[in-house]
Design a protein around this ligand. Structure first.
Ligand SMILES: *[C@@H]1O[C@H](CO)[C@@H](O)[C@H](O)[C@H]1NC(C)=O
Ligand SMILES: *[C@@H]1O[C@H](CO)[C@@H](O)[C@H](O)[C@H]1NC(C)=O
Length: 325
């Protein structure tokens, strides 16, 4: 009995070994590279938060040939994707959270975006703090109150808040000056196409593009000839050196750092001249880089939320719960 078992075992043993070897060889055959080739990935660069919209990848024609060629040096590392800094002045009002939600939903689609939210307030509000904590975006929360004397209709708004954002950027990048970055002013009521972020990310100094629904027209835009800005299509004071809306330009971080005195000013600045007076300090019209197909595409709209009707809102809490809106 024992010898029969032994003989069967020794007959089966080679077969079992052969099967094991075959399985092993079979799983190895496709030999997929265990570590993916290093390539440009907007996902890897993204900060906290959910999925990002992939930017167009650079695919070299020799990519497939290169894939298995171990004797060839790996592709040189891609330069880091410049961070986009969005400075958003904001103030307390019934639609504030709705506007910020819209903006965050856009920004969450953009790789490497850092949101600098500046409240017009003596302290950070709970509403905005809670909102940012849950927004899933790399962000900085600042606050600075507008002096009472400047809170009049006709006077430029958000001057102090934009300057606070600029000051934070300059302070933060004092040490590491070589980090690539692009700054733009993202008012909380505008509407932004995701394409706009791809366009502005390649800003070398100061880039410009059209803005929709602004200046009493369907759009305003820089006029471009041979790839250079030569004038302005605008419904209001075309004689301004830079007849452009706050939503119509981006500035590289390097330009902000190398012009440490450039700020938005109230003194001597006429209403509607904020953008022009700021840009005058850092660039010239000849230097401007036209984006959005030589300024022929509208990728941002100066939308305005209708003033909400709160005529029936009770003066004191009537509901059984207190709800943040
Ligand atoms: C692999 O690299 C070597 C050395 O650079 C080169 O001569 C050869 O043509 C390459 N082969 C392929 C398939 O790219
Ligand atoms: C913009 O205009 C310049 C000069 O006419 C041209 O070379 C360039 O390709 C244009 N760019 C785009 C994106 O259309």
């Amino acid at each position: 009995m024992k010898s029969v078992l032994f003989s069967r075992f020794f007959i089966l043993l080679p077969w079992i070994l052969i099967v094991i070897i075959m399985l092993d060889v079979d799983t190895r055959r496709p030999a997929p590279p265990l570590t993916p080739r290093p390539h440009f990935s907007p996902y890897a660069a993204a900060g906290r938060g959910a999925a990002r919209v992939p930017l167009p990848r650079r695919v070299s024609p020799g990519r497939h040939a290169e894939q298995r060629n171990e004797s060839r040096p790996r592709a040189e590392p891609e330069p880091p994707l410049p961070t986009i800094y969005a400075i958003t002045p904001t103030y307390s009002r019934p639609v504030q959270k709705a506007e910020l939600t819209r903006l965050a939903n856009t920004f969450r689609q953009v790789a490497r975006l850092h949101w600098i939210l500046v409240e017009d307030a003596a302290a950070r509000s709970e509403l905005v703090s809670r909102f940012l904590a849950r927004a899933g975006l790399p962000s900085t929360h600042l606050h600075v109150p507008t002096p009472r004397r400047y809170k009049r209709p006709g006077l430029p708004r958000a001057t102090e808040q934009r300057n606070a954002g600029l000051a934070w950027l300059r302070q933060t990048h004092q040490q590491q000056r070589s980090q690539p970055g692009v700054l733009f002013f993202a008012d909380d009521d505008n509407t932004y196409s995701l394409e706009l972020f791809q366009e502005m990310r390649t800003t070398r100094k100061v880039s410009v593009w059209p803005v929709g629904l602004v200046g009493g027209r369907r759009y305003e835009r820089p006029l471009v000839e041979n790839g250079k800005v030569v004038g302005w299509y605008t419904g209001w004071r075309a004689d301004r050196p830079f007849a452009i809306d706050m939503a119509g330009f981006a500035v590289s971080l390097q330009v902000i750092l190398s012009n440490p005195k450039a700020v938005f000013t109230r003194r001597g600045s006429q209403p509607g001249m904020q953008e022009s007076d700021f840009l005058k300090q850092i660039t010239t019209v000849e230097e401007l880089e036209p984006k959005a197909s030589n300024c022929t595409k509208v990728l941002v709209w100066h939308t305005r939320t209708e003033k909400v009707n709160l005529a029936n809102e009770p003066k004191y809490l009537v509901d059984t719960v207190k709800i943040e809106v």
